[in-house]
Design a protein around this ligand. Sequence first.
Ligand code: ADP
Ligand code: MG
Length: 728
Amino acid sequence: MSLRFNVVEEAFKKHPVEVPAPAERPSEYFGKYVFNQKKMFEYLPSNVYRKLRQSITEGTPLDMQTADEIAAGMKKWAMEMGATHCTHRFQPLTDGTAEKHDAFVEHDWKGGMVEEFSGKQLVQQEPDASSFPNGGIRSTFEARGYSAWDPASPVFILGDTLMIPTVFISYTGEALDYKAPLKKSLAAIDKAGTAVAQLFNPEVTRVSTNLGWEQEYFLVDEGLYAARPDLLLTGRTLMGHESSKNQQMDDHYFGAIPDRVQAYMRDLEIQALELGIPCKTRHNEVAPNQFELAPIFEECNLAVDHNMLLMELMRRVARKHGFRCLLHEKPFAGINGSGKHNNWSLTTDTGIILHAPGKTAEDNLRFITFVVQTLRGVHRHNGVLKASVMSATNDHRLGANEAPPAIISSFLGKQITEYLEKIATSTNDELFQMEGKHGLKLDVPQIPELMVDNTDRNRTSPFAFTGNRFEFRAVGSIANCACAMIVLNTAVAEALTEFRQRVDARMAKGENKLSVILDELRKDIKACQPIHFDGNGYSDEWKEEAQRRGLDCESSTPLVYDRYLDETTVQMFEQQNVMNRHELKARNEIKWETYWKKIQIESRVLGDLCLNHIIPVATRYQSDLVDNVLKIQQAFESDRAQQLAAYNITLIDQINEHSTFIVNAVEEMIEKRKQANRIESERDKAIAYHDTIAPYLRDIRYHIDKLELIVNDRIGPLPKYRELLFIR
Ligand code: ADP
Ligand code: MG
């Protein structure tokens, strides 16, 4: 009997882990392990507290003496909470975070030790930058890199360690991470957004960016997972025939959450809330064993940090419950993959959501100005926006029939579309009212009237307006949200900057403000029309239409990355002071390198599995069949024997056919890999892996999956889709 049967049996026996209810209510344990405002107040002298708050809200730099005093307060709190170590925690250009722990100890120079944590340790550390992806910015002989504290994201305790969120930059000041350019893009949108908001509300002094991500994921029993080397090493199944039943009954989406999964979710939520992540929503997703968690939206920088922390927690907590959490965008072929919808909007310090319709016609002019400038940014930079979400793993999702297509467009809904139409065709300075929610009378006994939103939804749109925000749906489930947010923020900041400049120039000539705003909007609405598409983004007609409209329709990821180096892109990033050409080039080197390495690993794993799992099992079953044919030939006279053995002989042929294809294709694939590996340029290598190696993964898989249908279930070594997806 194969290992598979043992793990399947074990998986069926598993019961939910007991998760004791916390003694307090969520409002009481929320942020228990976070050095939040309340703890700052409690542990810091009042002048230090004031300086830190000012630094957080206004971005003023802190002097070393203040940093020392903050560190002393933090250390006191952390040690009371049982922490023994501290670390800077940063987001290098990989899929995860990085940390290096130091104990709170120093020599006391009397032969003993003292607990120590200085302002210098809090503010700055020096990890070796050459060992992280740096795209050639750092080489081993000039390895210095610095991590620097980001006071806007509070420190927290994870296990026994005080975690300090930081940016990561090189000796020469270039960003080596996601956080540094994200913070710069947030500053850019603050500046540009404030300038435009002030046209309508002069009292506005700051604009901040909101992000509410929705995180999708799969859970798989850990025993089944461990028996799948492809899942273990690449995060996805490289083979496996579709289960006869998968998601076709639509019975998983929003279905009753299985007990073992519910226990996991509860445990995860409690731990996340204690770490200050405002978890709110949980539900079953479309595919079997697929789920979602969403918090309440937060300021973008903090939301990104919280998403990175949550992904780490998801994996840790899963293991406690005998699960593995899969964050790959497409762990299983033939069913839905996982994304991370990024709900994005801008808010003023006076509490206005700039992407939400208001009560008065004037409010709505402001609202529509922000919507239109967002569309302009997205239209102008649709190629690089797509590049920001594309990866070797998200490739399997983008463009497939369940996820946003590999073309960026924006759904606006009927009401906004009509409103834009009205402005675009109006000839005077008239302002229009916008319809709010309307009542829907239901002809169902006892059910009260419903309030219906003014827009319907369109699940096929990659960048959809959803009432008071845009939802960027093409972001991959494992991605760092920052990568997409950096581009979106910068593109919109650029559009807002230009808008204000145009308005100012005309007002300086004495034109009336309202007329100028309306007139500029009219031009912009026409200019960004190609990005607006309310139809079915999955249809083939849309692909042709998008091409006609001049939208970026390239689907090869390594080629889409070129958009980062377009002159218009470089100009945008440089003018908005987010990244320079050198940084952009370095980042692209990393993107290409990461791309081909992921496919290289998959190709190696698939080759190994073919030769030491698939072919041996197929051959063994083929021998069984040959034995049977021989016995039939011994036992029966020739005509009868031929009849009786016919079916098995067909199977022997089929196995031979598939096996031969697999063995030959693996050999060819290895040869192509050798050729690709000799290529020097990261870009060309990525293109070679995309064009000449990735297709083998698909073709070889087809034959393996066919074999799975033929070969005796008893000797198959790898857990099948029906087991991976339905045992929980
Ligand atoms: P859906 O119905 O699309 O699943 P939800 O209502 O559950 O969406 O919200 C998804 C996410 O959007 C949540 O994180 C929520 O807090 C966030 N969100 C709601 N309003 C805004 C907004 N104005 N800006 C940014 N995010 C928002
Ligand atoms: Mg949503």
